[in-house]
Design a protein around this ligand. Structure first.
Ligand code: HEM
Length: 60
């Protein structure tokens, strides 16, 4: 997650172009699906917010 260059997880700048929108949506809803030891928590984000985030990340 990018927080002004913070270090909470990897940079997401190219994650949608590199891994696809479906991967992104699933990763946020189910962080351990591809990495059972992931430190990433399940975020309380609505489907609308997740869609908006996906749109944003696709645009940068
Ligand atoms: C809405 C907020 C968040 C979104 C959208 C998000 C999204 C993502 C995505 C898409 C990945 C996969 C990156 C890749 O494979 O290239 C990832 C990985 C990761 N995230 Fe998050 N994340 C969020 C919040 C957090 C938080 C709060 C933490 C830590 C407390 C965190 C920690 C991690 C870590 C450690 C990884 C790398 C390990 C793994 O692949 O599971 N994330 N995140």
């Amino acid at each position: 997650m990018q927080g002004a260059g913070g270090t909470l997880g990897p940079s997401l700048d190219n994650v949608i172009s590199e891994k696809g929108r479906a991967f992104f949506l699933r990763k946020v809803k189910e962080p351990q699906f591809n990495n059972s030891s992931s430190a990433m928590p399940q975020m309380p984000i609505t489907d609308d917010e997740l869609e908006a985030l996906a749109e944003f990340l696709s645009s940068i």
